[in-house]
Design a protein around this ligand. Sequence first.
Ligand code: CAA
Length: 445
Amino acid sequence: MTDVGIDAIEVWVSNLKLDLPKTFAPENGEDPEKYTKGLGLFASSFPDSYEDIVTMAANASYRLMERNGLEPADIGRIDVATETAFDKSKPVSTYVAGCLEQVYGKSLTNANKGERKFACISGTQSLNDAYNWIASGRNRGRGALVIATDTALYERGDAGEATQGAGAVAMFIDEDPDIVTLSKEQGIGSADETDFLKPNQQFPSVDGHRSMQVYLARMREALEDYKAAAGDIHPDDIVYGPFHTPFPGMVKKAAVLAYRNVIRDTEVADELEAEVGRQPEPEDFTDQEDYLAALREYTDSLRDTERYQRWYKERIRPTLTISREVGNWYTGSVHVARTSALLDGYDRDRDLVGSQMIVGSYGSGAQAEIHAETIQPNWKRAIGRLDIQEQLDSRYDLSFAEYELIHDNHNLDLETDVEPLTTPDDEFVFAGWGPMGERKYQFVA
Ligand code: CAA
């Protein structure tokens, strides 16, 4: 079978920024270190009043096409993953296609369009759909445009307000890709959970602390399922491990559990035994509570070892660099983590061709998926085209009062008219409503 994977990536960081330790924490009477040290977050990105999930998706897609010399005729499929869709019938991908047709003056009539929903994991599900479409040979030589776009807002005063964010990631999926190929093997961990949901409402109902436990449980199931399909994973064989990142502190918790899992019965566990003891096994205990206490103690000691710290610093921490500055992008979050990892490799001029990443996606409700990705010979050329740092640096820094206005402006239950804080430049903007309640968009050169 031909290799299938990600040929090009583009990220659209929305135009506003909320500084969490400097602007948000003091207004909430909180210690800024809750953000910088506890959650691992420094800022959230926010859309200006003329931005929404369509403009962010269209802007990421347009730049992706321009920078990679793609034409509408190269695209046989457009899938948008989002958990902030505003229409229960007409998919966001049709709006995005309309935007692209405006600027290219060419039609996307023969591109199959859809929208995927399963909380934050739907971006990866769309990636897998594109993989399957191409691998089946139904693509007729064309590639798939997969876009993850979200405005991840929580109700004012909700604990989740600390982890907001907004942005889009566009990816072109193709045969013989430039960046990574996807493994055929994948692992799934899924259960009917009610940790985070939006039953016909814009802002989520969240059981925050339980959602973290559900994330870890589903990830463990997905990892076991992946190992059953692909064989054991050695931690030193993974060059980076991008995970779904609702906030970097979540990944910090997940990473040590993943490490503990994959070193079980390996020479790594043997070599660490003098320092941290033997990994507790359930059959060694008659009482479940005693087993869990011993496991916690072992995990804490493992986390403190120099070997683990080095592994985390080299292979996990680089995946969090962008996320720390933008917050949670829901469906885009794991794809931001992958991009962040590859940018680290690019900035350090690393030779990564043939190296493997293990990618862990997650969506509340709840499901985790794990697959491997192999870095391809042209990855540096593709990653070198990104300008994420420039985008981050050019965001408008919101005051708290402006943040309150912008939050209200994106609250679908309120009718507020907010003057934009930035001037659109070479991008799609929301241009008002049509007669059937549809949204209108135009490109501002
Ligand atoms: N200095 C250093 N650390 C501090 C601190 C300080 N002054 N103050 C607090 N902290 C630490 C806390 O100890 C805690 O770390 P640990 O978990 O390691 O103990 C961390 O900062 C956060 O503090 P709290 O737990 O007190 O924060 P909180 O109660 O306000 O809520 C949250 C945190 C539950 C994540 C909340 O922001 C939330 O509900 N977020 C939305 C849900 C979410 O993101 N869940 C993640 C899993 S579900 C998922 O991944 C899907 C998705 O995208 C939504």
